[in-house]
Design a protein around this ligand. Structure first.
Ligand SMILES: *Cc1c(COP(=O)(O)O)cnc(C)c1O
Length: 354
């Protein structure tokens, strides 16, 4: 049996197999997205996701096809002209680029992840939306949440978007300090890929409606259209009902364990990984600054040793470095699906190669 430590898609949540079998038995694949059963599913997810992540009651939850779609929809519905992007890696930069591709005028500022000092944000008066990528899956860095909260305090009138794709549900985010938060399910929720979720504050809808007479905010997945259907616990199009069903089941499983237990365990596993690699003679964590170390994606310099291939030989599938770091780094996902035993197995194997 292989164990996937890739940072998405990754190891499936342990209960998935049983839930898929149950879904087949219950004909979920044939279920209409206009049926009462589907509406109940939608409502169930909304209730449980809000409970799990402590999302305010008056925020709306929409289903999308991916997190990348989340980026595009957020720009289309919140930005007339100007967006601001705090960038600490490739995914934050993608957010910035997509804004430009949609004809907006994005500005970006890089965060110095090696500095102990908090980077002071220089956000122009014109910026309508401030975009953060909480966990940079590309390099294993994580933005301290203070960046988001301080920005909200300094710029209460601007909208705030946060990508939590690879840190949810481990990150304990205060949603009241945010307006658009999105993720896809193939990372921290341990599901197959192909479903995204977007959580928005009520004032986002006002902004989207104020833009609509002037510019296109999209068609079937404009926020107005998504909200119209969400109010009926439906989606505008035929969605991936099977994945939505599996998502609802995993949310129930996680609530049963309890979010504080899940977060405690994530911290413990991250501690095992970092303390091992901090003491390793050849393989060092890429992020030296503890303030920026991700709990959920650990990036390690491989010093020219083909560690990824050797681990693969043992059935342990880790991610390669991202982009130009493909050959020089590995990335290890530490998601709720990964057990302490999985992590220990990986570390024992790494040890045996050195
Ligand atoms: C994986 C990832 C995305 C893209 O997610 P998709 O579901 O592939 O669209 C965006 N942002 C971050 C931080 C990611 O890790």
């Amino acid at each position: 049996m292989k164990i996937y430590f890739t940072p998405g898609p990754s190891k499936l949540y342990p209960t998935i197999q049983g839930h898929i079998q149950e879904a087949l038995k219950e004909d979920i694949g044939s279920l209409s997205h206009r049926s009462k059963v589907f509406e109940d599913l939608y409502q169930n997810i909304e209730k449980h996701l809000k409970l799990l992540l402590n999302i305010p009651k008056n925020y709306s939850i929409f289903f999308l096809s991916s997190a990348t779609e989340g980026i595009e929809r957020v720009i289309q519905n919140c930005v007339g002209k100007n967006s601001f992007h705090l960038v600490s890696g490739e995914f934050g930069d993608r957010f910035f680029q997509i804004s430009g591709e949609l004809g907006k005028k994005p500005e970006k500022q890089l965060v110095d992840i090696n500095s102990e000092k908090t980077t002071e944000l220089k956000i122009s008066k014109e910026a309508e939306l401030i975009c953060f990528t909480h966990n940079e899956t590309s390099n294993g860095s994580s933005l301290p949440l203070e960046y988001i909260y301080q920005t909200k305090k300094h710029y209460p009138d601007k909208l705030i978007a946060v990508d939590i794709v690879s840190s949810v549900p481990v990150v304990d985010l205060d949603f009241t300090m945010t307006d658009c938060v999105f993720f896809s399910v193939q990372k921290g929720f341990g599901l197959p890929a192909g479903l995204g979720a977007l959580i928005i504050s009520p004032r986002v809808l006002d902004k989207a409606c104020s833009l609509e007479p002037k510019i296109s905010t999209g068609s079937f997945h404009s926020f107005r259209s998504l909200k119209k259907y969400a109010d009926k616990n439906q989606t505008p199009e035929t969605p991936n009902v099977l994945l939505i069903y599996l998502f609802s089941k995993v949310l129930e499983d996680m609530l049963e364990i309890g979010i504080s237990e899940i977060r405690k365990e994530a911290k413990k596993k991250a501690g095992l990984l970092y303390s091992f690699f901090d003491r390793h003679p050849s393989f060092q964590p890429y992020i030296a600054n503890h303030k920026f170390r991700s709990q959920t994606v650990v990036t390690v310099n491989t010093d020219g040793i083909p560690l990824l291939e050797r681990l693969r030989g043992e059935g342990l599938i880790v991610g390669g470095g991202y982009g130009k770091s493909k050959e020089t780094q590995i990335r290890i996902a530490n998601f709720p699906a990964h057990t302490i035993e999985d992590i220990n197995k990986l570390l024992v194997a790494v040890k045996s190669f050195s």
